[in-house]
Design a protein around this ligand. Structure first.
Ligand code: FES
Length: 132
């Protein structure tokens, strides 16, 4: 009788371990696939060619007639959304960090540049797509 108990207990331990390993492996694969999908995401917005700086959702679009640059609007200090341009600087409302229009910090506490995104204008120049 006790021999059967040990056998059943051992079987359950091994089966539980295998199920756990399979679940961990499947979760890792799922997470990896979702991360790769997230990395290939793109967003499209209406484009206003008459504005040099546009704040759209979590992004800042700069159009200086020669090129279009897109940045994350998340301040590199603690992540507040930058939503103001003044005298050629992008201003964070939380702790006063300032960035030039190339996205480089010119006043702290932030010391890292804003994240840049590849921007593509539609052929009719009415929409802009960012690869995020
Ligand atoms: S979050 Fe922007 S300065 Fe602190």
């Amino acid at each position: 009788m006790s021999g059967n108990k040990h056998t059943r207990r051992n079987f359950l331990k091994i089966a539980g371990g295998l199920i756990g390993l399979t679940a961990v492996g499947a979760w890792g694969e799922l997470t990896k696939n979702q991360m790769s999908l997230l990395n290939k995401r793109s967003v499209t917005f209406p484009f206003n060619p008459n504005k040099e700086i546009s704040f759209v959702d979590d992004y800042i679009i700069r159009n200086n007639d020669e090129e279009i640059t897109a940045f994350s609007a998340h301040c590199t200090h603690l992540g507040c959304i930058i939503n103001k341009e003044q005298n050629g600087k992008l201003i964070c409302p939380c702790h006063g960090s300032e960035y030039n229009l190339e996205g480089d910090p010119v006043k702290g506490p932030a010391y890292k540049p804003l994240k840049k995104y590849q921007a593509t204008l539609s052929s009719d120049h009415k929409q802009i797509t960012l690869k995020t």
